[in-house]
Design a protein around this ligand. Structure first.
Ligand code: UTP
Length: 292
C-alpha cells in the first residue's frame, strides 16, 4: 500500500556526472554550467522546478562541481560592483539566482557510479515523500514547463517523461513497453535501458524528468549494476512495476539533449531564434548562412 503525500515539494538535480562527451570543456566546467545563450543549463532546470511548485532543491554533486554551489550563492564583490556602477537590472538578474535560504542542499556523490546511484545519494533529503528528478542536461522548452505538466497529471506512483525517438536511436535511451493509453499518459508495462533496435519493445523513450515514490530508494540501495556497469534508475523503476502505478507522460514541448554537441548546438540555435533581443538578427544571419 502506498503512503504518499500528494504534493511534490522536493526535486533532485543529479549533477555528478563526468560529462565526458563535452571534454575538454568539462575538464574544469561542470556540464550543467554550460550556458544556453546567457543562462547555465542548471538554471533552466531550477526555473522549471520553481514553476512546478518545488520548494526544496537537492543537488547531487561531485568533484569539480563547486561552480554549481557558487552559482546559487551570493557573489558579494560582483553585487557590490554592480550596485556601485548603478547596473541595477544586472544586479536584480543575479539576485534572482539565489533560492530561499534553507531550501537548497548539496550532497556529494563521491564516485559517479550512474544516475541511479546519484539519485540514491539524495535519499536522506527525500525521506518518505515522492520527489521530482530533473536532469539539467535535458533542456525542455515548453509552456508550461515539463515538470509542471507531469505534476498536473500525476496521481501517485512513478512517472517518467516520454517521447518517441527514431527506432535506430533506442540504444541511447530507456525504452518503455507501453500498455493502455489515457490521453497523454501511457501505462508502463516494462522499461529497458538502452536496448538495440531489434530488442526494443517500442520507440517510446524516457527523457530526463521523473517523479518517483520513496520506495524506489529501497531497490536503488541494492546498488545493482546494470547497462554500462552503472546503477541505473530505470532498473529500480522497473522493479516497482506491479507494486506502484507507473506511467509515461508524453510531454508537450521540445527536448534538447544538451549532453551532446548536436543537441547543445540545436538548443542554442533554437533559443537564439526565439530571443526577444537578438532573434531577428540571428534569423537573418542563419538565412544568409544557408544561402552560402
Ligand atoms: P549522463 O548519462 O549524460 O552522463 O548523465 P554524464 O557522465 O553526465 O556524461 P557523459 O556520458 O560522460 O558525457 C545524465 C545526468 O545524470 C547525472 C549527470 O550529471 C547528468 O546531469 N549523473 C550521471 C550523475 O549525477 N551521476 C552519475 O554517476 C551519472
Amino acid at each position: 500500500m502506498l503512503e504518499t503525500s500528494k504534493k511534490i515539494r522536493k526535486a533532485i538535480f543529479p549533477v555528478g556526472g563526468l560529462g565526458t562527451r563535452f571534454l575538454p570543456a568539462t575538464k574544469s566546467i561542470p556540464k550543467e554550467m554550460l550556458p544556453v545563450l546567457d543562462k547555465p543549463l542548471v538554471q533552466y532546470a531550477v526555473d522549471e522546478a520553481l514553476e512546478a511548485g518545488i520548494e526544496e532543491f537537492i543537488f547531487v554533486t561531485g568533484r569539480g562541481k563547486s561552480a554549481i554551489e557558487d552559482y546559487f550563492d551570493h557573489s558579494i564583490e560582483l553585487e557590490k560592483t554592480l550596485k556601485d556602477n548603478n547596473k541595477l537590472q544586472k544586479l536584480d538578474l543575479i539576485k534572482k539566482t539565489i533560492l530561499k535560504p534553507g531550501s537548497v542542499s548539496f550532497v556529494r556523490q563521491q564516485n559517479p557510479l550512474g544516475l541511479g546511484h546519484a539519485v540514491w545519494c539524495a535519499r536522506n533529503f527525500i525521506a518518505n515523500e515522492p520527489a521530482a528528478i530533473i536532469l539539467a542536461d535535458d533542456l525542455i522548452d515548453s509552456k508550461p514547463g515539463c515538470m509542471k505538466q507531469m505534476i498536473e497529471n500525476w496521481n501517485g506512483g512513478n512517472m517518467v517523461a516520454t517521447m518517441e525517438v527514431e527506432p535506430e536511436k533506442t540504444s541511447s535511451y530507456g525504452i518503455i513497453s507501453p500498455g493502455k493509453v489515457i490521453q497523454d499518459k501511457i501505462e508502463v508495462k516494462n522499461i529497458i535501458e538502452k536496448p538495440n533496435t531489434k530488442d526494443a519493445p517500442s520507440n517510446i523513450a524516457v527523457v530526463g524528468r521523473y517523479i518517483v515514490e520513496p520506495s524506489v530508494f529501497d531497490h536503488l540501495g541494492l546498488q545493482k549494476k546494470g547497462t554500462n556497469g552503472e546503477v541505473q534508475l530505470t532498473d529500480s523503476l522497473s522493479y516497482q512495476i506491479g507494486k506502484a502505478p507507473f506511467f509515461g507522460y508524453n510531454f508537450h514541448g521540445t527536448r534538447y539533449d544538451c549532453g551532446t554537441k548536436l543537441g547543445f548546438a540545436k538548443a542554442n540555435t533554437s533559443l537564439a531564434i526565439k530571443d526577444s533581443n537578438i532573434g531577428n538578427q540571428f534569423k537573418n544571419w542563419i538565412t544568409k548562412l544557408n544561402k552560402n
